[in-house]
Design a binder for this molecule. Sequence first.
Ligand SMILES: Cc1cc2nc3c(=O)[nH]c(=O)nc-3n(C[C@H](O)[C@H](O)[C@H](O)COP(=O)(O)OP(=O)(O)OC[C@H]3O[C@@H](n4cnc5c(N)ncnc54)[C@H](O)[C@@H]3O)c2cc1C
Length: 392
Amino acid sequence: MGGKVKEQLNCDILICGAGLAGLSLAYRALKKGIWQRERIIIVDPIVKRENDKTWSFWQKTSGDFDDLIYKSWPRLLVFSNSGEEIPLNTGSYCYHSIRSVDFYEHVLAYLTSLENVQFLNERIVTLTSDHDCCRADTEYHTIKSVFAFNSIYKKPKLTNTAQYFLQHFKGVVIESSEVTMNKDVAYLMDYRTSQEHGTTFFYTLPLGSGKLFVEYTLFSKSLLDQVSYDQAISTYIKDILKLKKYKITHTEFGIIPMTDHQFERKHGNIINIGTIGGDTRGATGYTFTNVQKTISRILSSWKASEKPLPIKEGINAKQRMYDAILLNVLDDERYKGHELFCDLFRNAPADYIFKFLDAESSLSEDLRIILSLKPLPFVKALVKVAYSKLMQ
Ligand SMILES: Cc1cc2nc3c(=O)[nH]c(=O)nc-3n(C[C@H](O)[C@H](O)[C@H](O)COP(=O)(O)OP(=O)(O)OC[C@H]3O[C@@H](n4cnc5c(N)ncnc54)[C@H](O)[C@@H]3O)c2cc1C
């Protein structure tokens, strides 16, 4: 009795989740003159005002968010667990970072100025698609739309053989007058830390003016307690970076799934984008570039047919197979993650590796990468992956 009557809203395009994927899609579509007549509703319970993430990615051409790049590094290094310095041959790629706060501010300033875009700061409880209509329910509204783009992440139901690693990390920005690191060189993977919890490395980016971004990253199946991240960061700063006095000015914590689970791209008129749509590369957790590529495909399709589909997948069956094999090798632990990634960067040119991770490499380039690694663990993992696929 007396149940609250929800207000019904109707739109053409419903965007569920205003994070990287949802906002990139809306921004890029409208900037390109697509969806000017459509009514768009964007739903997210959180009003993004803080720098909750720093998105880094390699790139050799230009991108839609280049104006937002906070810092770039033309040179990259990897350090092995024993301290060997491995310079990366990045060819024409450059490594960039975008702070999420700059992205949110820029994108939201544009989108909130448009009359056909409405923001709802509410949590979507259910999202369904029936024939040509999608329906989302929040506590206060029922929203009906023709298409819905969903980036709300839920851990999927996994098969018995699926791998599900967590890439978990704590990152800090520190300021110190003792910083001597070359501002043009970033440490992509610095394994000079204990490997007792799985594949563990520091990711260290000089930001200039005595500032460093230092991130403690692990690939494993369970999280650590918060104190352990802090202790590892403090030890690394003191023992490896040799900084005695420093001040932490920013902290971020994150978890990215690294899995060979095949995410569903489409369900009726709901199109999944971002991590839930399979845009996170299983072997690395990198997502930014894949999200932008997926959006490019969605927008090309819309221009051609006024429909966001079909989407040719960037991370296709071949790449998913490679990721599944790599995750099985990591799981087996006979080829330790730190040795594997150092062998990879020592023996294969980094520009080939970036091309491979961007799903743009040819079979012969893939082979060069595969041959840079110890073969036996990969053959065993290949047999395991092939067997599990047969059993599905
Ligand atoms: C701290 C951190 C750092 C990262 N750094 C990098 C990096 O350097 N490079 C890289 O390539 N990738 C990185 N990633 C991975 C990936 O790029 C990000 O996770 C990225 O934000 C994924 O985009 P998304 O749109 O799928 O998810 P999100 O950006 O998380 O957006 C999802 C949105 O959905 C909203 N939401 C959740 N539940 C609901 C609900 N019920 N109703 C409505 N809205 C809801 C959330 O509030 C959020 O805004 C990082 C991830 C994290 C967590």
